[in-house]
Design a protein around this ligand. Structure first.
Ligand code: GLN
Length: 224
């Protein structure tokens, strides 16, 4: 299959940018696909993407800088609303949500994409020193447990209609899926398990094929 036009973007404002680039490259390799990974810093970088990653980091910094970067947020929201697959990890999950609060400071005023119908509680497991790893059953990713790395992680305190819970720790929701959006409170870009990135690439490849068909491109001429 042709994959030169299969491009996965990694929002390159702040946080685990390099880690996501290299996890996506590893995932392309394990799928035997030759796609491209593009660091996205300006709204013009969104065009031509088939999938996007919003990395973990500090969601308030990402919100502020995205505002300074003009219509970058708008372009992302538009592409995701048109069905482009997106993976948001930790701060990325917060940015995708409709409402975010912190138990200590209350409702945060940060700019959110409001694409994923969840309410998140930021820093719900405590501070940096309370970071931990946990093995979780995530059937969407296959039978083998997934080791999640949690760093100042949020939890999903409310999942509205249309949101599927895909992972929990005890009674706490830590990963969700809503149509083309997958979001995790942990960091699949850290560690050696690339199944979330593989899942994103497969979804992005389907999305690319669908949009090419709609645009009437992407067919190789067949020999008579
Ligand atoms: N606590 C951070 C925030 O609220 C998220 C932490 C992370 O992405 N590791 O943005």
């Amino acid at each position: 299959m042709r994959d030169k036009d299969l491009i996965i973007g990694v929002l390159g404002i702040q946080g685990d940018i390099e880690e996501n680039v290299s996890q996506t490259e590893t995932a392309f390799h394990s799928l035997g696909k030759k796609g491209e990974v593009r660091v996205v810093r300006h709204s013009k970088d969104i065009s031509g993407l088939s999938g996007l990653i919003l990395p973990g980091g500090e969601s308030t910094v990402v919100s502020n800088l995205a505002t300074v970067n003009g219509d970058l947020f708008h372009k992302i929201a538009d592409a995701v609303s048109r069905g482009m697959p997106v993976l948001g990890t930790c701060a990325g999950m917060i940015i995708l949500s409709t409402r975010a609060y912190d138990r200590v400071i209350g409702q945060t005023k940060q700019k959110l994409l409001s694409l994923l119908n969840i309410v998140v509680e930021r820093n719900a497991f405590g501070r940096q020193k309370d970071s931990f790893e946990a093995d979780m059953e995530i059937p969407l990713m296959g039978k083998r447990p997934f080791k999640g790395i949690f760093i100042r992680a949020p939890i999903v305190s409310k999942a509205e209609a249309g949101v599927q819970v895909i992972a929990k720790i005890e009674d706490k929701v830590v990963a969700v899926k809503q149509d083309n959006i997958v979001a995790t409170a942990f960091h699949p870009e850290l560690g050696s398990d690339n199944r979330f990135h593989v899942h994103l690439i497969k979804s992005a490849s389907d999305f690319r094929d669908r949009t090419n068909i709609m645009r009437g491109v992407g067919f190789e001429p067949t020999n008579p």
